[in-house]
Design a protein around this ligand. Structure first.
Ligand SMILES: Cc1cc2nc3c(=O)[nH]c(=O)nc-3n(C[C@H](O)[C@H](O)[C@H](O)COP(=O)(O)OP(=O)(O)OC[C@H]3O[C@@H](n4cnc5c(N)ncnc54)[C@H](O)[C@@H]3O)c2cc1C
Ligand code: SF4
Length: 558
């Protein structure tokens, strides 16, 4: 039999869910709760590409429990890992490498307050949600990366297929080769998080984004530290903006004290930045040396590192949520509230609402049609209210820069919160992030300080702390449409920015000793699955595809 003709086994479910993040797991739990309440049989499976649930989850994270209260109101008795309530909310504007001012809390619109929220490891929250889901009868399969959407003859989505195991780099089958499986569902919920690889295909195939603004993104880099006990302030939340980014580049630091002397510190850079010499990783390393931050880390130990893109388009960029046979939930649709840097509560809420729509459809004997009730539920939900009132913050920031844009965004949030009204209407985002780079010849190179090995580090020792592991002999999962583009176009025009925006050192331009004959090298085994290359490549020549299941980072508690 030829390698192409190998038959895949299939399994049938009522609902197939791709991704065991807060969205996918909340949908699974809600489906089973409804089945129990209504005496309905609903079979549900969740497929996760990480080696275990939580292995690929990276977030801040300050969790707004609004959706969790709805899903599992007794979460406290069930031992949910929400142990550190926020008690101190600080916001600083860094004016330079030494200076900064703390903004008084009364200036902040109340919707920005973290009162009532919890500092968590979202990975651990997902591990706990998975336990709750399994106790209700959900089948969860970690280590299964979904590589394809499978269609019915009428064009509706039939389910997904997981990738093959045991394929060598050249495409031949190794010993132990196992073909992927098909998982068929009456409905398939796509919960892959930001820039999902199947979501991207479905958005294109069903033209789901034809009536919305382009999705916008940031890259978030994060480290977990265990700090000296005297430096630890459980429940303290610190956000900064300004330095080291210039006025035209959005982003900032988050720093959360929680648990056993843990501090989660991270840096988000908006991916509509213009200077191709910018390196989000190096910006992150240098900002930790700012006097407002550095003392926290002295005498502490960095224990984990990772990165993940974050959706930033919000209200204007929400695509059509349904297609025949399924729906996009969570950050696959993009429900992050940018000024609050929060998306988990909305991911959970969207999962709950999609589950309710799917359960109603199944009870009515429907299959593989559009869950339009899901869209209707989202439109009247607190999720939409949350996104609508902050809808102009990101476009104002992008248009007017940090100083004026953030001030206008603050004003807009106040008017929205107090009067339910915006003077700006609904602003547009403009270009996708892949189109914002200026030619390298028009931009200044950025000279980053060398890491000191105590507070700041290099990329490779950082990637080591992400416990990233991929089977080496497998096809490269970062696909170039045209292998010549990185050198012939990207290097010439933008000094090949992939070398700098990739937070894991996957992309390198190698030259001879005399600096000639540049060639593009992809160290795919280092990839932490952040998806930034798929988003920011100015030639849109890189497609992120799933590697063999179980590969990627192994975050313990990010
Ligand atoms: C740096 C950073 C800081 C943040 N801080 C906060 C915060 O403080 N508070 C907050 O509320 N939100 C925060 N967010 C946003 C929040 O993390 C997301 O909104 C949330 O995780 C989205 O949940 P999700 O379930 O949609 O996707 P995810 O949490 O991304 O989960 C998706 C899951 O699907 C799996 N998957 C993807 N593709 C496939 C596939 N093809 N096959 C199988 N499995 C697949 C992934 O491995 C992953 O486990 C932050 C995000 C970042 C990046
Ligand atoms: S290769 Fe792409 S997805 Fe992987 S870590 Fe680098 S930028 Fe992120």
């Amino acid at each position: 039999m030829s390698e192409d003709a190998i038959e895949r086994e299939s399994m049938e479910y009522d609902v197939v869910i791709v991704g065991a993040g807060p969205a996918g797991l909340s949908a699974a739990i809600r489906l089973k709760q409804l089945a129990e309440e209504k005496g309905q049989e609903i079979s549900v499976c969740v497929l996760e590409k990480g080696s275990e649930v939580g292995a690929h989850i990276l977030s801040g994270a300050v969790l707004d429990p609004i959706a969790l209260n709805e899903l599992l109101p007794d979460w406290e008795e069930r031992g949910a890992p929400l142990e550190t309530p926020v008690v101190d909310d600080q916001f600083h504007f860094l004016t330079g490498d030494k200076g900064g001012i703390r903004l008084p809390n009364f200036m902040m619109p109340p919707l920005m307050s973290n009162h009532g929220n919890y500092i968590v490891s979202l990975g651990n929250v997902c591990r706990w949600l998975a336990e709750q889901a399994e106790a209700l009868g959900v089948e969860i399969y970690p280590g299964f990366a979904c590589s394809e959407v499978v269609y019915n003859d009428d064009g509706s989505v039939k389910g997904v297929a997981t990738g093959d195991f045991g394929v060598a780099r050249d495409g031949s089958h190794k010993g132990g080769y196992t073909p992927g499986m098909e998982l068929h569902g009456k409905y398939t919920l796509i919960a892959e998080g930001v820039r999902g690889s199947l979501a991207k295909q479905l958005i294109a195939k069903f033209d789901l984004d034809k009536d919305c603004e382009p999705q916008k993104f940031g890259i978030g880099l994060k480290e977990l530290w265990q700090v000296a006990p005297e430096k630890h302030h459980p429940g303290r939340v610190v956000h900064t903006m300004g330095w080291p980014l210039d006025n035209n580049t959005g982003g900032g630091v988050f720093l959360y004290h929680f648990g056993d002397n843990y501090v989660a510190v991270g840096f988000v850079a908006h991916l509509n930045y213009k200077n191709p010499y910018l390196s989000p990783f190096d910006e992150f390393q240098r900002v930790k040396h700012h006097p407002k931050l550095v003392e926290t880390f002295k005498g502490g130990k960095r224990i984990s590192y990772g990165a993940r893109a974050i959706t930033e388009g919000g209200f204007q960029s929400i695509p059509k949520l349904t297609f025949p046979g399924g729906a996009l939930i969570g950050c696959s649709a993009g429900f992050v509230n940018v000024p609050r840097i929060k998306g988990s509560h909305n991911a959970m809420e969207s999962g709950i609402l999609a589950a309710e729509a799917a359960a109603e459809a199944l009870a009515a004997g429907r299959t593989s049609d559009e869950l339009t009730e899901y869209t209707a539920k989202v439109e009247t939900s607190h999720l939409m209210k949350d996104l609508k009132r902050v809808r102009n913050v990101k476009p104002l920031w992008s248009k007017f820069g940090t100083y004026l844009g953030v001030a206008l965004g603050g004003f807009d949030m106040w008017t929205n919160q107090l009067f339910g009204f915006s003077f700006f209407g609904t602003l547009k985002h403009g270009k996708p992030d892949s189109e914002t780079l200026r030619p390298a010849s028009e931009c200044a190179k950025i000279d980053y300080p060398k890491p000191d090995g105590e507070i700041s580090f290099d990329k490779l020792s950082s990637v080591f702390l992400s416990n990233t592991n991929h089977e080496e002999d497998q096809p490269i999962h970062l696909r170039l449409t045209d292998p010549d583009v990185p050198i012939s176009i990207n290097l010439a025009e933008w000094a090949e920015p992939a070398q700098r925006y990739c937070p894991a050192g996957v992309y390198e331009v190698i030259t001879d000793d005399n600096g000639d004959n540049p060639r593009f090298q992809i160290n795919a085994q280092n990839c932490v699955h952040c998806k930034t290359c798929d988003i920011k490549d100015p030639s849109q020549n890189i497609t992120w595809t799933v590697p063999e299941g179980g590969g990627g980072p192994n975050y313990p508690n990010m």
